[in-house]
Design a protein around this ligand. Structure first.
Ligand code: 13P
Length: 253
């Protein structure tokens, strides 16, 4: 157990404004104190400003699910870092495997998104992880190394230290098939080694989250992992009762 975990709710393409309102109403009645963990909500773009209003005087933080690297211009459908900041968001998920797999994100575009976020003062949550084929071929550590090195290319060590990393094996996302604790520890260790290799100071201090089928029933075992600083949670964060239970368990209440 650590003193403080980072718990990120990635709501993906879920929740209308009305549904965000009902969630927060219920959630606030379940979490009556300031949690020890840092709790971050990442709703869809359409609900950022509304959620900012609801979370304003609370200890909860707001993040977006993606960012485009240009400042402004003819980029239909895209949202810049400055626009995200103007909604009140202070975090942004970058390189989620759904963006990589379904929307053509590459290490190169992830790199541009990270730079845009960092230069505008947003804290990126950088996602990395292998597919099932890559794991079966025993390529996990190579893939992680490549995603980190290419994704972080040209970013100063000072800025790398600001990034929150999230290991999300693609095969564990939304499948109910959570990675085994020893696999998680191994990859998290390896991420720290790659960062050390890049010359990042204090990479022991860098936050590395795990994501992929985390829920209220399996979180306890994961909280005990030395290498895990928190969780990026999809499905289980959509339900106020379940997310509150995860938060409570993260502080042994
Ligand atoms: P699930 O928790 O639904 O598996 O999703 C994980 C995820 O992709 C969080 O970013």
């Amino acid at each position: 157990m650590k003193d403080q975990y980072i718990l990120v709710a990635n709501w993906k393409m879920n929740k209308t404004i009305e549904e965000c309102g009902s969630f927060v109403d219920k959630f606030m009645n379940l979490i009556l104190h300031k949690p020890k963990s840092k709790v971050i909500f990442c709703p869809p773009f359409s609900a950022l400003l509304y959620m900012d209003g609801l979370l304003k005087d609370t200890s909860f933080d707001l993040g977006a699910q993606n960012v485009y690297w240009e400042k402004e211009g003819a980029f239909t459908g895209e949202v810049s870092a400055e626009m995200l900041k103007s909604t009140g968001a202070t975090y942004v998920i970058v390189g989620h495997s759904e963006r990589r797999q379904l929307f053509g994100d590459t290490d190169e575009s992830v790199n541009k998104r990270l730079k845009a976020a960092l230069s505008n003062g947003l804290t990126p949550i950088m996602c990395i992880g292998e597919t099932i084929k890559e794991r079966k071929n025993e390529n996990t550590l190579d893939v992680i190394g490549r995603q980190l090195k290419n994704g972080l290319d040209g970013i100063s060590n000072l800025d790398i230290e600001k990034i929150i990393f999230a290991y999300e094996p693609v095969w564990a996302i939304g499948t109910g098939e959570r990675a085994e604790p020893n696999m998680i520890d191994e990859v998290h260790n390896d991420i720290r080694k790659v960062l050390n290799g890049l010359g990042v100071d204090g990479s022991d201090e860098i936050a590395i989250l795990y994501g992929g089928s985390v829920n209220q029933n399996n979180i306890k075992e994961l909280l005990e992992l030395n290498e895990v600083n928190g969780f990026l949670i999809g499905g289980a964060s959509l339900d106020a009762d379940e997310y509150a239970s995860i938060i409570h368990q993260s502080e042994q209440i």
